[in-house]
Design a protein around this ligand. Structure first.
Ligand code: SF4
Ligand SMILES: [Zn+2]
Length: 154
């Protein structure tokens, strides 16, 4: 730390927002919309099957290895609910999209934005990985050419 550091503006630490409570609320609502439509329940109430699945999802979220930096579960690569439950969960998330936009538009909009942001970061990461691989290949080719040239000049 230099003497000038005390005169420089202090850098704020990056704040990580905890979006888990909002995600849980969104999931409760989404399950409600789905269950009302497909299992004949009323006003956001859940049937025993959906209640059990939601309980599993909530438990897994509480133990999520990503902690508060977690992506939204329907965009997660690990999908830790188990094969059958993950399938059922994804089905609920997919088929409640329109219902959520009609009944809880702001929440649905925010969830959509979160999905797009996860997709965007994933694409960017993949793009960077591809670029790295291309640069590596190019480098290897250039090295091989240089070696060939050097051998010819011997
Ligand atoms: S699905 Fe992914 S984000 Fe959701 S709780 Fe499991 S590990 Fe965490
Ligand atoms: Zn149900």
């Amino acid at each position: 730390m230099s003497i000038f550091d005390r005169f420089l503006p202090k850098r704020k630490p990056v704040e990580i927002k905890n979006n888990i409570p909002k995600e849980k609320e969104n999931l409760r609502k989404t399950f409600g919309v789905y269950c009302n439509k497909h299992h004949g329940t009323k006003s956001g109430k859940l049937c025993p099957k959906c209640t059990a699945l939601l309980a599993t999802v909530m438990t897994k979220i509480n133990r999520c290895p990503y902690g508060i930096t977690k992506p939204i579960c329907d965009r997660c690569e690990i999908q830790c609910f188990g094969e059958k439950q993950t399938k059922e969960f994804m089905e609920i998330m997919k088929s409640s999209g329109t219902g959520m936009f009609l009944r809880h538009p702001i929440m649905a909009f925010k969830h959509k934005m979160a999905s797009l942001s996860v997709d965007y970061s994933k694409n960017e990461m993949e793009k960077r990985q591809r670029e790295k691989e291309k640069a590596k290949e190019k480098n290897a080719k250039e090295k091989a050419k240089a070696r060939e040239k050097a051998e010819k000049n011997k």
